[in-house]
Design a protein around this ligand. Structure first.
Ligand code: AMP
Ligand code: MN
Ligand code: MN
Length: 342
C-alpha cells in the first residue's frame, strides 16, 4: 500500500487498528455524506469489521435507496449511547466541523472513542479527529474514499461503486460545478465500469420533487431580486411559505443554484426562514468571487463557490449581516481559482 500523504497513511492504520466502527456525517445530509457512509461501511464490512451508521438527521427520500446496502440509523438518545458504547472508533465524513454532526457531538466527549475525519471542506481545515484526512481539492468526500480504497487495493463491488458515484454526482452538480475536473471524470468512468446505469441513478436521486416543492420554487423565483447591476441575485423564503406548502429546510436543495444560469450573475444568496427566527443562508458563486469566508465568519462554512450558515433572527437581520459583505466581494472581488459545489 502506498499512501499519498501522511494523513492518508494514518487513516489506513486507523482502519486496521479497530474492529468496531461507527460512521456519521453532517446534519441535513446530502448525497456525498450518505454515499460516503455507505461506501466506507461496505469497505469495512468487507474486511470483517462490525459497522454501524448513525446520523443526527433522517435520510432524505432521494438517498433512501442507498440504505439497501447498509442500514442508516437516526439519532435517538438511547440508541446513540448504545452505538457509542459499542464502537471503538468513529469516522466522521463530509464535515470537519464538530457542531455539524448535531446531537452526536457531545457524545464524543463522554465516550472513549477514537475519532477520524475524512472531508473536503476548507473552513475547518484542521479537523477534530485523532486522524484528519482533509483535502479541499477533492470534489467530494467520496472522491477521497475512492483514492483511499485504491491505495488499500480494495476491489470495488457494484454497491460500493454506486454509493461513490452518488457522492461524486451530487457534489459536482452532475458534473457541472467548478469542482468537476479530469480526476472526477476518470473516477466516474471507472465506477461506471462496474455496471452502473448513470441515467437510472440520476433519476433515483433527482425524481423526488413534489408538485408542492415546484410551486414553492416558482413563488420564490418569481420574486427574485437583482442587485449590483445584475451581478447579485437575492432570494427569500418565509416560514409561511414553508408551512403552506408543507415543506422543510432540506426542500430548498437546488433552488439557490437556479439563478446561477442568469447571464452576468456573480453570486446568489438565498435566505430561507424555515421557522420564525431561524434563517438558513445559502450562498453560491458562479466562479469569479469566493463567498465561503462570509459564511465562516458567521459560524458557517463551505467551499469557495458554495457555502452556508444558519443565523438566528429575522430575514432582515440576516440580510443586514450578509449583503454588505457580498457587495464588498462583488465590487472588489479578485478572480478566484478552483472551487467547489457542495
Ligand atoms: P447549502 O447552501 O446548504 O447547500 O450548503 C452549501 C455548502 O455549504 C455545503 O458544502 C455545506 O456543507 C456548507 N454549509 C452549509 N451550511 C453550513 C453551516 N451551517 N456550517 C458549515 N457549512 C455549511
Ligand atoms: Mn455535504
Ligand atoms: Mn461533500
Amino acid at each position: 500500500m502506498t499512501a499519498a500523504s501522511p494523513a492518508r497513511a494514518a487513516f489506513h492504520e486507523f482502519l486496521a487498528r479497530y474492529r468496531t466502527f461507527l460512521l456519521t456525517t453532517h446534519i441535513n445530509p446530502d448525497g456525498d455524506g450518505i454515499g460516503s457512509e455507505v461506501a466506507l461501511a461496505l469497505w469495512l464490512r468487507g474486511l470483517g469489521k462490525t459497522v454501524r451508521v448513525l446520523n443526527d438527521s433522517v435520510v432524505p427520500p432521494a438517498y433512501v435507496f442507498l440504505a439497501r446496502a447498509q442500514p442508516l440509523e437516526v439519532y435517538g438518545p438511547e440508541l446513540a449511547e448504545e452505538r457509542f458504547t459499542g464502537a471503538e472508533a468513529l469516522v466522521v465524513l463530509d464535515t470537519s466541523n464538530r457542531q455539524r454532526i448535531g446531537r452526536l457531538a457531545p457524545l464524543i466527549d463522554r465516550h472513549p472513542i477514537a475519532v477520524a475525519v475524512v472531508d473536503h471542506h476548507v473552513s475547518h481545515a484542521h479537523g477534530f479527529g485523532r486522524v484528519n484526512v482533509i483535502e479541499p481539492e477533492a470534489s467530494a468526500t467520496g472522491e477521497i474514499l475512492f483514492d483511499l480504497m485504491r491505495e488499500a487495493g480494495v476491489s470495488l463491488t457494484p454497491p460500493i461503486a454506486e454509493a461513490l458515484y452518488v457522492a461524486l454526482m451530487t457534489d459536482t452538480g452532475s458534473f457541472r460545478f467548478s469542482n468537476t475536473d479530469s480526476h472526477a471524470h476518470r473516477m466516474a468512468a471507472e465506477l461506471l465500469g462496474h455496471g452502473l446505469d448513470p441515467q437510472r441513478l440520476h433519476a433515483q436521486v433527482h425524481a423526488h420533487a413534489s408538485a408542492a416543492r415546484l410551486r414553492f420554487f416558482g413563488e420564490v423565483l418569481a420574486r427574485l431580486e437583482i442587485h449590483e447591476a445584475g451581478r447579485l441575485v437575492v432570494l427569500e423564503a418565509s416560514p409561511e411559505q414553508f408551512q403552506r406548502h408543507g415543506l422543510e429546510g432540506s426542500d430548498t436543495e437546488g433552488l439557490v443554484d437556479m439563478p446561477r444560469n442568469i447571464a452576468g450573475v456573480d453570486a446568489v444568496a438565498l435566505f430561507s426562514e424555515v421557522e420564525p427566527g431561524k434563517v438558513k443562508v445559502s450562498l453560491r458563486s458562479t466562479g469569479r468571487v469566493a463567498i465561503d469566508a462570509i459564511a465562516s465568519r458567521l459560524g458557517g462554512g463551505g467551499h469557495p463557490h458554495a457555502a452556508g450558515v444558519l443565523l438566528r433572527g429575522t430575514r432582515d437581520q440576516a440580510r443586514a449581516r450578509i449583503l454588505p459583505e457580498l457587495h464588498r466581494v462583488i465590487d472588489g472581488g479578485p478572480p478566484t481559482g478552483n472551487g467547489g459545489g457542495a
